[in-house]
Design a protein around this ligand. Structure first.
Ligand code: ADP
Ligand code: MG
Length: 367
């Protein structure tokens, strides 16, 4: 059976004046999926979400919800629930009144409203705050209530615009877990806007990475992390060490690179075309770099010698910075194995597998 598509964007474009802020956006969201829009501030996430919500109209392209063209259809006819970054609860209404408001507008009977509000407050684990006013709740509780209010009408689509960004770190993580649980329990098709890559990786079935109004990549969290379509995607998601270099040789799918610090490396070309002498940016993620041991050496074909600059104990692991010529490489060692074994100034040998190297055309862009 064909998968059912809940949301579809076809060549959607939005301009403000002459400024194109969303360009040629194409996406299909399947029923039950949680898709994130991820990108830096100003890349067009909210604008796109607002077009799906019906708060803004696209200048070009089509927007479909459950196969029906939605261009020009008002927001309240789109069967959505929305949650925003700032707490948008009505201050003069109790929690129960806030949550039940959408049902009241739909002229649902009082007894049914009470029952459904009760159920959804159970779902967000806050049944005991029904009679309180928003100002009597913590930030995290208010966002849970906002989520309850979005869910109470059982919308076919849940739209969340940075709902966790105003919370402190611990609460943000808690509510993130909660959102994932809720999304899986209810199975509601969800679009989640965030600038936080970890949130996107954690919550999404697929991620749309945006930069300057353009879709850079659409993929599962695994694909986005391990098969980045561009330098932007690779550097925006997760940490990565970068070095400058040039291509010395192209041998089939393998590149031989010379770094600016004079080291020779091998890397896969990943179906990109490179020419000899071409300047490139070379990336290796911290978790792929190993301290040289007899075992690791056998597997790796990229090695560098450097000098320890800094070590930082972070509980589960120790982060080390090593100076290698002009470059500084960061990597991690598991604390338990290597306690206090590295000190600043010490010379170390590092290695990694060529398959863990990513190469992109052009010199490193300074941010
Ligand atoms: N109403 C508006 N009028 C003019 N420019 C806008 C308006 N809303 C957003 N923009 C611009 O559009 C771009 C994308 O904004 P937005 O979608 O809010 O980004 P994000 O949510 O990814 O941070 C930004 O450059 C922003 O300044
Ligand atoms: Mg935004």
């Amino acid at each position: 059976m064909a998968k059912s598509i809940d949301v579809e964007l076809l060549n959607v474009q939005k301009k403000f004046g002459s400024n194109v802020v969303v360009d040629n956006f194409n996406l299909q969201v399947e029923k039950g999926e949680c898709v994130s829009f991820l990108g830096p501030s100003g890349c067009g996430k909210t604008t796109t979400l607002n077009m799906i919500a019906g708060f803004l109209e696209p200048d070009q392209g089509d927007l479909l919800i459950k196969g029906k063209r939605m261009n020009g259809v008002p927001s309240n006819k789109r069967d959505l629930g929305m949650v925003f970054q700032t707490y948008s609860l009505f201050p003069h209404m109790t929690v129960a009144e806030n949550v039940g408001y959408g049902l009241k507008l739909r002229k649902v009977a009082k007894a049914e409203i009470a029952e459904r509000v009760g159920k959804v407050l159970e779902l967000v684990k806050l049944p005991h705050v029904a009679d309180r006013y928003p100002k009597q709740l913590s930030g995290g509780q208010r966002q849970r209530i906002a989520i309850a209010r979005a869910l109470v009408t059982e919308p076919s689509l849940l739209l969340l615009d940075e709902p966790l960004s105003n919370l402190d770190a611990k609460l943000r993580e808690e509510l993130r877990d909660e959102l994932k649980r809720l999304q899986q329990e209810i199975g509601v098709t969800t679009i989640f806007v965030t600038h936080d890559q970890e949130e996107a990786l954690y919550l999404s079935s697929r991620i749309v990475v945006l930069d300057h109004g353009k879709v850079e990549q659409i993929g599962t969290p695994w694909e986005i992390y391990n098969r980045p379509a561009s330098e932007f995607v690779h550097t925006f998601i997760g940490k990565s060490n970068r070095m400058q270099g040039v291509v010395e040789q192209v041998q089939g799918d393998t590149l031989v690179l010379k770094t600016a610090s004079g080291f020779t490396l091998q890397a896969p070309s990943r179906e990109r075309r490179f020419s000899i002498g071409e300047p490139v940016s070379i990336y290796v993620r911290p978790e792929k770099i190993h301290l040289q041991t007899a075992d690791a050496r056998a597997e790796s074909n990229n090695e560098m010698q450097g000098r320890v600059k800094l070590t930082s104990f972070l509980g589960a692991y120790t982060e080390c910075e090593v100076e290698v010529g002009h470059d500084v490489l960061t990597f991690r060692i598991e604390t338990a194995e290597q306690e206090a074994s590295l000190a600043a100034g010490q010379t170390v040998n590092l290695n990694w597998k060529s398959e863990d190297v990513f190469v992109f055309s052009g010199q490193v862009k300074e941010q």
